[in-house]
Write a protein that binds this ligand. Structure first.
Ligand code: IFM
Length: 446
């Protein structure tokens, strides 16, 4: 595996790893934290594959210093993490919780003291339950609560965090949370999902404007999950389906942000489920972005008939049964570059779950290492063709709570033994570390 020798990145490129609050923190009701929709969802029978929840997770709330030291040991430039909204504002409105803020104050100061650049995400899915009781993201009032929360975080931390992302993967919250219902809050209603998507985008635009107006110096943006959509066959039906899926899954989120309008083809497909959009909403959503984050894992292949199944076709897949398709990252970036006037891009998540085995205290995850190396090569190819990408974050630093899969899927480059909370660097982490050492030594020669 010598792909790294073919990789070429600018000296200023930012290398990092990513996590999110609910997936690692634990301390579900510590020090004034309120419940989130994921705390509630985990209590529903049968929704989490292994029956687990986020009450302890990786106990990062307790072990955060050890985890920051791991980041230093890895040699990353930056750490992408999220704030748990109900930890700093139990009800999602009303008084802020100083004990919650203290934790993030220590965490961010800990990063700065170690020379790590903090990349903060405001909403990685753990909405305060009290807001869900009033309709959650379907209720337009949640938009204003989010703006208040965002401004308070920016006021306190904007002087130290490099970047603030409003939402991580709005498609997941809208579609998986409100249409298929496999994620919190577990609603199955298409018109709710469309309204939620609109409110997420609107709250993003309003929060960006409000944070900027109060003088926030951090780079402000949003993170979308994206994939090229391919038809399973050359049939006209499959091609039409692929174009529509691209409209509902990718352009539905991207075009309001960049063009100030929903894509006409996908809008026509909404029928009576189309969201209610008020006069200035689209202009607000189009607030200028300092960056656009892209989470890339695999491509999306659609078929008008039976669902396409990479594993059944004998293609290389990860433990999520997601096809390993690095060239999709190059294709996606080139297509975005060609079709849109883009802000600087960041690859805010890329990584893979594998069923790791511990052998004499070590994890030889060559599959994950190969996945990462091939995706970094795919990224480098797009950049050599002119796409501006400023950063790359591995998902994830730690094995963690993988939502409806509980702890059964391991995405970390660092293994977590959930019994003892012992962290062990997998071979992929050691490989990333030596790759980063190479990058840093090239920088030092300048
Ligand atoms: O674990 C998730 C993360 O929270 C959001 N993006 C995809 C990851 C893997 O499923």
């Amino acid at each position: 595996m010598h792909t790294e020798s073919r990789l070429s990145f600018p000296r200023s490129f930012i290398w990092g790893v990513a996590t999110s609050a609910f997936q690692i923190e634990g301390g579900a009701d510590a020090a004034g934290k309120g419940p989130s929709i994921w705390d509630d969802f985990c209590r529903l029978p049968g929704v989490i594959q292994d029956g687990s929840d986020g009450r302890s997770a990786c106990e990062h709330l307790r072990l955060w210093e050890e985890d920051l030291d791991l980041l230093v040991h890895l040699g990353v430039d930056a750490y992408r993490f999220s704030i748990s909204w109900p930890r700093i504002q139990a009800l999602g409105s009303g008084p802020f919780n100083e004990a919650g803020f203290d934790f993030y104050e220590r965490l961010i100061n800990g990063m700065v003291a170690r020379g790590l650049k903090p990349y903060l995400t405001l909403n990685h899915w753990d909405l305060p339950s009290a807001l869900q009781a009033h309709g959650g993201w379907e209720n337009r009032e949640t938009v204003q609560h989010f703006v208040t929360y965002a401004c308070e975080v920016a006021r306190r931390f904007g002087d130290r965090v490099v970047s603030i992302c409003t939402h991580n993967e709005p498609w997941v919250m809208a579609y998986l949370g409100h249409e298929s219902g496999v994620f919190a809050p577990g609603i199955r209603n298409r018109s709710s999902a469309m309204q939620v998507a609109h409110h997420l985008l609107l709250s993003h635009g309003l929060a960006v404007k409000a944070m900027r107006d109060q003088g926030c110096k951090s780079q402000l943006g949003i993170v979308l999950n994206m994939a090229p959509v391919h038809p399973a066959t050359a049939s006209l039906e499959d091609q039409a389906r692929a174009r529509l899926d691209d409209g509902t899954g990718l352009r539905w989120y991207l075009e309001p942000l960049l063009l100030g309008a929903y894509p006409a083809d996908a809008w026509a497909h909404c029928g009576p489920d189309a969201p209610k959009v008020q006069a200035q909403d689209m202009a607000h959503i189009q607030a200028p972005l300092d960056f656009l984050g892209i989470n890339y894992y695999t491509r999306n292949v659609t078929s008008a008939d039976a669902p396409w199944n990479a594993k059944a076709l004998g293609l290389e897949v990860t433990d999520m049964d997601w096809e390993v398709y690095p060239q999709g990252l190059t294709e996606l970036l080139l297509r975005l570059h060609q079709d849109y006037d883009l802000p600087p891009l960041l690859i805010t998540e890329n990584g893979a779950a594998y069923a790791d085995r511990v052998e004499q205290g070590e994890v030889h995850d060559t599959d994950r290492q190969s996945y990462l190396a091939r995706h970094m090569e795919a990224l480098s190819q797009a950049m050599q063709k002119g796409v501006r990408v400023d950063a790359y974050f591995v998902w994830s630093l730690l094995d963690n709570f993988e939502w409806a899969f509980g702890y059964s899927k391991r995405f970390g480059i660092v293994r977590v033994d959930y019994e003892t909370q012992k962290r062990t660097l997998k071979d992929s982490a050691l490989w990333y570390r030596s790759f980063l050492q190479m990058q840093h030594s090239m920088r030092a020669k300048d």
